[in-house]
Design a protein around this ligand. Structure first.
Ligand code: M6R
Length: 610
């Protein structure tokens, strides 16, 4: 949530920062700002996207150090004043902030009593003034003043701070909000996300909670919260520029939908042997015994990752025969969960930075549970804090609406379930082999779905008017219904609900009339007959059926106003195919409605605040 970029080096800082902010814009895009050192501090900021900020910049300035921010509003509406950077009263300190200063109200009162005036409604402005108050109190050293201010702060922050009298340094600090240093040659960057630095360096240092860094153009020094100087590991970034550019697609979301065959092939590479019928996941090999001995599994995640968790629940219960609970991470953390030794938690997160998911994992670890991660972003907080885990290797996902991460998460959960089931001998070798050889075919079958995705154009045009949609699925298709509904509402702003098909009778059926599109996801499994009855119930009330079916399901096709078929596969794997037409349907409808597909209103890609 919110993006931070800072630069100090030989290049024109504003060029690097603007480019970086554009790459981070998916993290928040309601306002943007920049501060740079040009003899004195210059601050430009305002409501709107980074392109608008770029137009405000003086083309003749040549500052080589500065900080920038793209905002997702928490405190105070998106407007010019609330935009970051925020400055101190003397205008000598400028800072950008991700996170929430929870005690900003009381800090503000204390500062107001000392005569400080505030102009914004943000929590962040307090910090700029608080740091200055320590400098005025005689704590002359800039770093010391930052440390004293941070010691008073309750809440979370990723921060980049500059001071007019210290033009050769940027101070960065992290607590609960991701931050990394990009280590270049005669230049350093600081950013909330690696995509902002990837163009300049592949060497990065991840800051941990409580750490503070003083960054110069050719050096950086990281300290722990007790001011001990730390030797930090330098990681190599495996991120190519192609991966973070649109590559000819109008939107990242569309690019990422079409990348799914490759994403799943990458995710499976080296992990399955269809000939032998084996799965090898190095990331969890050492914890297999503990995993196999678990009393139950608790899966914690948010949004789309929560939906893949529900697919996981079906897989683990049917293949591994272990009880599974799937929890919203945001709920789990506040209900004093009965989770402890003997339990295994699997946290699922594309970004690896979702605040609620991180908090759930910390709580489970504290209670003694083994915590595994299913994460996309290598080196992210969740990836680093889990006991073990499996990366999904989907490549950077930039569109706010998650697509390839969902299918790659489901793939990894399937792999874990098969590996564990084989370890516990809860499935036959034959079944395992069948699942593994079908998994190997999924990239090809995904491509077949994508190749005929134009067939979804007509139905997308027909239903772009609809104010409401209902999505129905049974068994493993129920989470696909949830995911289809989430995709539609988040990018096209159409109200949509996903339901287990039979639940419809217990309420939602009242909504059905001849205006209501009802998307059904129907495989050819044991629930098909029941699904047929549910479709009849909708038809009897003149609801309009759009069916996503497995090839050969003529019965459902005949009952539908529109149908789209996906290749047959094992039932457990069907979400990997049935979700794709739903992604494309929502994409087409959003484009038809003139929505900004990659940056839907009010959303941000990674939710690093509670
Ligand atoms: O990065 P995470 O997977 O932890 O993110 C979880 C949700 O915020 C995310 O899936 C969100 O729901 C997406 N916008 C859905 O498309």
């Amino acid at each position: 949530m919110c993006g931070i970029v800072g630069y100090i080096g030989d290049k024109k800082a504003s060029d690097v920062i603007i480019k970086g902010l554009k790459r981070l814009e998916y993290r928040g895009y309601d306002s943007a700002g920049i501060a740079y050192q040009n003899g004195e501090l210059q601050v430009k900021k305002g409501k709107g996207k980074v392109a608008k900020l770029e137009a405000m910049l003086d083309p003749n300035e040549n500052a080589t150090a500065g900080i920038g921010h793209t905002r997702w509003a928490t405190h105070g509406e998106p407007n010019d004043v609330n935009s970051h950077p925020h400055t101190s009263t003397s205008q000598k300190i400028a800072l950008v902030h991700n996170g929430i200063i929870e005690n900003y109200g009381s800090l503000k009162k204390v500062l107001q009593n000392k005569g400080y005036e505030f102009y914004s409604e943000t929590d962040t402005e307090v910090l700029a003034k608080l740091i200055e108050s320590f400098l005025e109190n005689g704590e002359n050293e800039f770093k010391k003043a930052v440390q004293l201010a941070l010691a008073q702060v309750e809440g979370t922050y990723g921060l980049a701070i500059i001071h007019a009298d210290h033009p050769d340094i940027i101070i960065a600090a992290r607590k609960g909000s991701p931050l990394l240093i990009g280590v270049g040659k005669n230049e350093m960057l600081v950013a909330s996300d690696a995509s902002a630095v990837a163009e300049y360096t592949d060497q990065v240092v991840y800051l941990e909670d409580g750490e503070l860094a003083v960054i110069e153009r050719d050096n950086y020094n990281v300290e722990s919260s007790d001011s001990t100087s730390l030797i930090k590991e330098v990681h190599e970034l495996a991120m190519s520029l192609d991966e973070i550019e649109k590559g000819g697609y109008p939107y990242f979301m569309l690019k990422e939908i079409f990348e799914q065959p490759k994403a799943i092939a990458d995710c499976l590479r080296g992990r399955i042997d269809p000939e032998k019928g084996t799965v090898t996941l190095g990331g969890i090999a050492d914890v297999m015994e503990k995993l196999a001995g678990a009393k139950r599994l608790v899966i914690a995640a948010c949004g789309t990752s929560w939906h893949s968790g529900i697919v996981g629940e079906y897989l683990f219960e049917s293949l591994v025969k272990i009880p599974v609970e799937v929890e919203y991470a945001s709920e789990l953390r506040y209900k004093e969960p009965l989770i402890g030794e003997g339990d295994v938690m699997i946290v699922i997160s594309q970004s690896g930075e979702t605040a609620d998911t991180l908090a759930a994992l910390r709580q489970a670890k504290e209670n003694g549970a083994l915590v595994l991660g299913v994460v996309n972003v290598v080196g992210s907080s969740i990836a680093r804090e889990t006991d073990a885990g499996v990366y999904i290797h989907a490549g950077p996902e930039i569109g706010v609406a998650s697509t390839k991460a969902f299918t790659a998460q489901v793939t990894v959960l399937t792999l874990i379930a098969i590996m564990l089931a084989q370890y516990k001998k809860s499935i036959s070798d034959e079944k395992a082999k069948k699942l593994i050889s079908e998994l190997a075919l999924i990239p090809e079958k995904m491509q077949q779905v994508l190749d005929k995705s134009e067939n979804l154009r007509e139905v997308s045009n027909l239903f772009s008017y609809a104010p409401n949609f209902l999505y129905l699925g049974r068994s493993v298709s129920f989470p696909v219904a949830l995911e289809g509904a989430l995709k539609l509402k988040e990018i096209s702003y159409i109200h949509a609900e996903g339901y287990p098909a039979a639940e419809m009778k217990h309420g939602p059926i009242a909504l059905i009339d001849d205006m209501m599109p009802v998307v059904v996801i129907a495989g050819t499994n044991h629930t098909n007959d029941k699904m047929v009855s549910n479709i009849e119930e909708v038809r009897a009330r003149k609801g309009r059926i759009i069916a996503i079916v497995t090839e050969g399901n003529a019965e459902v096709e005949d009952l539908s106003e529109f149908s789209f078929s996906v290749p047959d596969t094992e039932d457990e794997l069907s979400p990997l195919l049935t979700v794709i037409p739903l992604q494309i349907l929502s994409y087409n409808i959003a484009v038809n409605r003139g929505c900004d597909v990659d940056q839907p209103r009010n959303l941000a890609k990674s939710v690093t605040v509670e």
